[in-house]
Design a protein around this ligand. Structure first.
Ligand SMILES: NC(=O)C1=CN([C@@H]2O[C@H](COP(=O)(O)OP(=O)(O)OC[C@H]3O[C@@H](n4cnc5c(N)ncnc54)[C@H](OP(=O)(O)O)[C@@H]3O)[C@@H](O)[C@H]2O)C=CC1
Ligand SMILES: Nc1nc(=O)c2c([nH]1)NC[C@@H]1CN(c3ccc(C(=O)N[C@@H](CCC(=O)O)C(=O)O)cc3)C=[N+]21
Length: 397
């Protein structure tokens, strides 16, 4: 069942009694059952604003919010420092080429966001925008040009392509050394195999895992359910979780009992493209949720005429999960940060450049609900480390 609206009252209809009891343990002070959990968040935000923007706002009533937007900013700062170091040391800046074919509404935000992000970290961006009725050969011609261009270290072909184009042959044409989206079958094949290292890891799944790492959420030995098995997110997310030693189930459109399977999970990654499909009753109390879905739903109050919602009903999830990503502000900005990461990795690899003295910040979720982790004070961070927890390569080395 996919509903674009999920209200608290529907939540209580769908909650089995046992889960409702558990949810109450997580939400001991949820004295107003008809008020949505999401609507409670601002009061904690208000509390945190006095100090600064919160990294993790822990509320007694709600799951902790995994702030992808904030973490992506930290990562961009790290990338920026490495790009400056690289420019200074060898006079080279990483370059990202983006090929867009046609005009889709969603390109209007994603594409400019990528360009802005490149500029903000010192990565050069090159863009080709072709009309929707272009020939496949034209796209291939630009790919060949970028493959041969030493100023370009990463090539991204914006998906989906118009239906008359063969996505497979276009993606296969991207040089594997510049495949920063990591959609080349060789990259995916290596990701799936033990003892093989892909040159790049797909951006969105990498962003999901990076969020778990940065928040100190253990993956090893955990039960993880990935909802969706698409080539861009679900399938590679499952492979990555497996590499991180989680035990994986994959739910798709033909799965018989998605709700039951999902309820087994300690970690849920939802990438289906169905607004609010995952309801509170699907979630094991205390589970961690990474909501990848970005679904526009009509909203007359918004200037755009629509708002973005995830695949998970946020306000219900808040009452049951221990931590969850919001939409927007969750995985989306991480995808862009990982694209920059992969572009930097590519440039470093091409020029055999190693960064010395770089560091990463990782956090752990606070155990006590009253604590608030602040953005600007290192002393309040529960972890500060140079250690890279990746089972793959380091984030961008
Ligand atoms: N945050 C980000 O950065 C990004 C977000 N997205 C978002 O992630 C979502 C998924 O995108 P993408 O992977 O490209 O989509 P795909 O269409 O490639 O995959 C969707 C998957 O969901 C499954 N599915 C669809 N409906 C149901 C259902 N009712 N029950 C169970 N499974 C279902 C499909 O199953 P089957 O295989 O059986 O057809 C398929 O495996 C979208 O909302 C997209 O906008 C995508 C990329 C980046
Ligand atoms: N070759 C290719 N690679 C991709 O990675 C790819 C793609 N094609 N096609 C489309 C999808 C979608 N995608 C998004 C990434 C970030 C946001 C993002 O930053 N979203 C903001 C919201 C921005 C807004 O408000 O509109 C957020 O979630 O906070 C959205 C969508 C990458 N994709």
């Amino acid at each position: 069942m996919a509903l674009s609206e999920c209200s608290t009252s529907t939540a209580s209809r769908f909650f089995p009694m046992s889960l409702r009891r558990d949810a109450a343990v997580l939400a001991p002070r949820l004295s107003l059952p008809h008020r949505s959990c999401a609507s409670k968040v601002p009061s904690f935000r208000t509390l945190a604003v006095r100090a600064s923007t919160p990294l993790l706002v822990a509320s007694e009533a709600c799951a902790k919010v995994i702030h992808g937007k904030y973490v992506s900013k930290l990562i961009r700062d790290e990338i920026s420092a490495e790009v400056s170091g690289m420019k200074e040391a060898i006079g080279v800046a990483p370059g990202l080429a983006v090929i867009i074919v046609g005009d889709r509404k969603d390109f209007a935000t994603y594409v400019p966001n990528k360009k802005k992000a490149c500029e903000s970290v010192g990565i050069n961006s090159f863009e080709v925008h072709l009309p929707a009725d272009s020939k496949e050969e034209e796209v291939l011609k630009f790919i060949t040009g970028f493959n041969d261009d030493p100023l370009v270290h990463g090539i991204l072909v914006q998906l989906p392509l118009p239906s008359h184009m063969n996505e497979q042959s276009i993606l296969n044409a991207v040089s594997i050394e510049k495949d920063v989206d990591a959609f080349h079958p060789l990259n995916i094949g290596r990701l799936a195999m033990r003892g093989r290292e892909p040159l790049f890891v797909p951006c969105t799944p990498k962003g999901c895992i990076e969020l778990l790492h940065r928040y100190g959420i253990g993956i090893k030995g955990k039960r993880a359910v990935v909802i969706g098995r698409g080539n861009i997110v679900g399938m590679p997310a499952a492979l990555l979780l497996q590499r991180e030693d989680a035990t994986i189930s994959i739910v798709h459109s033909r799965t018989q009992n998605p709700e039951e399977i999902t309820r087994e999970a300690d970690i849920i990654i939802a990438a289906v493209g169905q607004p609010n499909m995952v309801r509170g009753s699907w979630i094991k109390p205390g589970a961690v949720i990474i909501d990848v879905g970005i679904n526009p739903v009509e909203d007359s109050k918004s200037s755009r005429g629509y708002k973005l919602v995830g695949d998970v009903c946020y306000e219900e999830a808040c009452k049951v999960a221990s931590a969850t990503t919001p939409v927007p502000g969750g995985v989306g900005p991480m995808t862009i940060a990982m694209l920059l990461c992969n572009t930097l990795t590519s440039a470093k690899r091409t020029h055999n450049f190693q960064c010395v003295g770089c560091f990463r910040l990782y956090f752990t979720i606070r155990k006590t609900s009253s604590e608030i982790v602040q953005e600007d004070s290192l002393s309040t961070r529960t972890a500060f480390t140079c250690r890279c927890p990746y089972s793959l390569n380091c984030l961008f080395s």
